[in-house]
Design a protein around this ligand. Sequence first.
Ligand code: ADP
Length: 273
Amino acid sequence: IRESNPLKTINDEIFVYVTKKQKEIDELKKLELFRREFLADVSHEFKTPIFAAQGFIHTLLDGAMDDENVRERFLVKAAKNLDSLDVLVKDLLVLSQMETGDIKMNIVPMDIRLLTTNIFSRLENIATDRNVTLRVKPDDLPEVWVKADADRLEQVMLNLIENAIKYGNEGGKVIVHFNEGKKYVEIAVRDNGPGIPYEHLNRIFERFYRVDKSRSKDIGGTGLGLAIVKHILNAHDTKIAVMSKPEKGTTFSFKLEKAYISLVTDNSAQDPV
Ligand code: ADP
């Protein structure tokens, strides 16, 4: 039997207590820093469309209104900037609800293949503008049933497919692959665009992170799309992966639980153990 040393025991307890308090203080400091950075980022992102819209409207009020051509052009530009501000506010709201866990997931069986073809129809205009072909593979698969929150999964697929069209090559291809395993389906959104340089790959899921700032803003992105995708998939207990090769393209992929377990044994997609 070891002799107990009361002083050592008290010292140990104090040490554990101080370490715990220090950790709490560090955590609070981190949160405070995050809050300040977030506010700075948000104000910066708001400023751009507000200043632009203000500029067009004030120029009109200062006399440009009399020129019919300028009037129309400036009003369209002011409206566009206000529209992007609206998208930004909506995306921020979704992101903050996801981060605070305020959004309740409503997991139901759903056909992700049908969801994908519906999204293709919604994005037909921007795909046609960029002469991009949209495909689902394998093309003879009639349905792919997974367990997911229908509205949130729609946001995920819409963001990934829209990005693939916007950042892929003009005249390129966007393919959504479904790889069914026994318990899981792997979903991959692939483009054959310029790709994402390696040093940016693990940062693109951060809010407001853009690889090419000016290009992304021209395209109309808020810089929040992939941060939202990551949160939604986390809430489905799964993770998003990205693979990219310069000039070969980019693939975003994730796994979802199958809604119905197939009786046919198929080992083509590896289920997580
Ligand atoms: P954004 O609103 O700017 O599109 P996202 O969060 O959706 O914001 O994407 C972050 C950045 O990741 C984009 O600005 C773009 O630089 C890059 N990116 C996303 N998807 C692709 C893709 N398929 N190919 C190349 N770059 C991409």
